[in-house]
Write a protein that binds this ligand. Structure first.
Ligand code: FES
Length: 211
């Protein structure tokens, strides 16, 4: 049976561009797909003066389509300003790849979401967000849905590890149903801090584990 992938997809899958991570990146994101449980991470280096993406890398824990899309969107985004890169969507990626099977749309959406979230992360860290909405419990929950529980490869909200969220005068308290000495406790803690600390009105994030 012939593979449902174009030659270009296969070429990017076999030789993906910009794979890896950027240590001390200016911004990064980790996105997971509820459709399949896969993950993609995107790292950016951005010129502070003109907001152009000078370097971009990605890591994919997804399928061939996801790897190929990660490869193509990082190529498309490199050298663009953040505003230009924001406009890259999965259709651009799919077109540049010579088409993707419809059943694989979510894989390219995942890669594009990763790029957008990394751009958002940069804007938050650098005070570039134009419309500043106050942080709500819903917003915190939305962000925590992007923190993975590595044991099962699903997020910590869906897997009910988050037991309580409270916001009080700039302090966000997140209670987790996870022992402090769990093998992934430190990694989950770091990811939660990365997701919440850049918020403009968050002064402190307190994470509580069970004893
Ligand atoms: Fe999960 Fe493609 S099936 S990213």
């Amino acid at each position: 049976m012939p593979l449902p992938y174009s030659e270009i997809v296969m070429e990017h899958f076999r030789n993906p561009r910009n794979v890896g991570r950027i240590e001390d990146a200016d911004a990064k994101s980790v996105e997971g797909s509820p459709a399949c449980g896969d993950m993609v991470a995107v790292y950016l280096r951005v010129d502070e003066e003109n907001h152009r993406i000078t370097d971009i890398k990605f890591e994919s824990y997804g399928c061939a389509s996801n790897i190929a899309t990660g490869s193509i969107i990082t190529e498309l985004a490199k050298g663009k300003t953040l505003e230009e890169a924001k406009r890259i969507d999965w259709k651009d990626a799919s077109e540049a790849l010579g088409g993707l099977p419809p059943i694989k749309t979510h894989c390219s959406v995942l890669a594009v979401d990763g790029l957008r979230a990394a751009i958002e992360n940069y804007e938050e860290r650098h005070g570039l967000v134009k419309e500043r909405q106050p942080t709500t419990v819903e917003e915190v929950k939305k962000r925590l849905k992007h923190v993975m529980n590595p044991v099962v490869g699903l997020d910590i909200v869906r897997t009910q590890i988050v037991s309580e969220i409270e916001i009080n005068d700039g302090t966000v308290r997140v209670a987790l149903d996870l022992p402090q000495d769990h093998q992934f406790a430190a990694a989950i803690r770091t990811e939660i801090l990365e997701k919440l600390e850049p918020r403009w009105d968050v002064k402190q994030v307190v994470i509580e584990f069970t004893d």
